[in-house]
Design a protein around this ligand. Structure first.
Ligand SMILES: Cc1cc2nc3c(=O)[nH]c(=O)nc-3n(C[C@H](O)[C@H](O)[C@H](O)COP(=O)(O)OP(=O)(O)OC[C@H]3O[C@@H](n4cnc5c(N)ncnc54)[C@H](O)[C@@H]3O)c2cc1C
Length: 445
């Protein structure tokens, strides 16, 4: 397919200044694409990023709604992610620490569990909390000490098994698995059945225990905006087709045809599969988020709240208790996470029915106070992460594609999360630059 003069049309449409010579086109302005683009630009390459949507960040984005700042779903930054330490200037992100603890909601009763080094508030209830037995606490202390040693990436190798089997083998009780591990790590891996790789569980536990967990005051999108600074991003530019030739690669886009010596495809896996003509998807885990506003302060709980009993809610957090600026003055903001598995148990619900069901569950926490909640939005994310069962890493696509001059980036080449997305962008850029040090960095380092 060829569009004569389309290049000029494209540049005119996007208010750029005339045809440009581009060394590398990066398709997708998620964390992976932005990291690749910035690394290449810093090395002197002329880079252009094409983004199908209206803003940078992909899955890490935020929006304003009636004075509330809503992230796309509920996600946090583990500051100890090695790639995040390399790529992000934490000082400029205005990060607010989230307590390294959780409030287990048993109806109106709450049990606090967590790391007393970072949340002294959990100490008085630690001994009486029934979700973890004395033996569970001892096993946890040993596990925490065990994952603290060595380089974090070393936790991603060795024997693998489902997290559930691993925890049972260590000696944790069924109550601990059901009341703490399932909802807590369900919120991280978006699966409540603890079927995720135990290697990955150990890696994330290390990240949790070794560094602050935080939320940017102005929304998760500040991570993406910081990575995008100085990059040449064209919005509403969807790549439709790739046509490699002897001098480089033609990229057919919704705005016309562009040329570059090399291309990095940093889209979600489904879109990458369409562009590359090969299946790079490893499945999808979806989740839904309900955002509630209230003028009444129903709870002063800052910690992540976990639902240990069967229901739609997996976890919830009063974000305005952690960051008051996320809500307008005099208002409060609650975010509720519903995992796909919970959605599918029983009938699939439309937004209104899901809202009603979640409200009914919240009623067991807050009684009639729930009627003061105003539903701000219901957001469904079809592809939030990909499933990572034991041995998943052996089946991930690499950066090479069947097209010469075209590389793949995106979390799908590494692991599902911010660390995976950032390191995939670094690696794709390193391959183009011939940077052996960065190229040979292990996954998770
Ligand atoms: C609800 C939710 C909760 C999460 N929680 C956490 C968490 O707590 N911790 C954590 O580490 N990770 C978490 N993650 C995962 C993390 O956000 C992702 O792993 C990461 O953002 C993926 O980045 P990416 O660049 O690989 O892909 P994406 O963010 O998907 O970016 C791909 C980009 O490509 C664009 N695009 C697609 N097709 C085209 C095309 N044809 N042309 C041009 N552009 C295109 C898209 O619009 C998008 O901007 C969560 C994700 C979600 C959604």
């Amino acid at each position: 397919m060829h569009y004569p003069h389309a290049y000029e049309r494209c540049t005119a449409n996007t208010s750029t200044t005339g045809p440009r010579v581009t060394d590398v086109i990066v398709i997708g302005a998620g964390l992976a694409g932005l990291t690749a683009a910035r690394t290449l630009s810093r090395a002197g390459k002329r880079v252009r990023v094409l983004e199908a949507g209206p803003q940078v960040g992909g899955r890490v984005r935020s929006r304003q709604l009636g004075g509330f700042t809503l992230d796309a779903g509920y996600q946090v930054l583990f500051e100890s992610y090695p790639a995040a330490r390399r790529q992000l200037d934490y000082g400029a992100l205005d990060l607010v620490a989230v307590a390294p603890s959780a409030a287990i909601r048993l109806g109106r009763r709450v049990e606090l569990l967590g790391d007393p080094r970072g949340d002294a508030g959990v100490i008085p209830g630690l001994l009486s909390a029934r979700s973890l037995t004395i033996k569970d606490r001892l096993v946890f202390a040993r596990l925490g000490a065990d994952v603290a040693f060595g380089a974090p990436h070393s936790l991603l190798s060795g024997f693998d098994e489902p997290t559930r089997d691993y925890l049972k083998r260590l000696g944790f009780s069924d109550t601990a698995l059901r009341q703490f591990f399932a909802p807590f790590f369900g919120g991280i891996f978006l699966r409540r059945d603890l079927s995720t790789s135990a290697r990955l569980f150990r890696y994330y536990l290390r990240m949790l225990l070794s560094g602050p967990i935080s939320l940017p005051r102005r929304g998760m999108s500040v991570l993406s905006e910081q990575l995008a600074q100085g990059s040449d991003v064209t919005f509403h530019a969807r790549a439709l087709e790739l046509a490699p030739h002897e001098r480089g690669v033609s990229v057919i886009t919704s705005l016309g045809e562009l040329e570059a010596a090399q291309v990095i495809v940093a889209t979600d896996p489904q879109s990458a599969g369409l562009l590359l003509g090969e299946n790079v998807s490893r499945g999808s885990l979806g989740s839904s988020y309900l955002y509630y506003a209230s003028t009444r302060r129903l709870d002063t709980q800052k910690r992540l709240m976990l639902n240990p009993v069967q229901g739609r809610i997996n976890n919830a957090q009063w974000l305005s208790e952690v960051i008051p600026e996320r809500a307008p003055d005099g208002q409060h903001l609650l975010t509720v996470t519903v995992l796909e598995g919970a959605e599918l148990e029983g009938a699939e619900l439309d937004d209104d029915a899901l809202d009603l069901t979640v409200r009914a569950e919240l009623k067991s926490w807050y009684g009639e106070g729930v009627s003061s909640l105003r539903t701000l939005a219901v957001e469904r994310i079809g592809h939030a992460q990909f499933p990572q069962p034991p041995g998943y890493a052996a089946h991930l696509p690499g950066h090479a594609t069947r097209f010469s001059g075209v590389l793949l980036a995106g979390e799908i080449t590494s692991m599902s999360g911010i660390q995976g997305a950032l390191e995939s962008g670094e690696k794709a850029a390193a391959i183009l630059l011939g940077d052996l040090g960065a190229m040979s960095r292990p996954r998770g380092a």
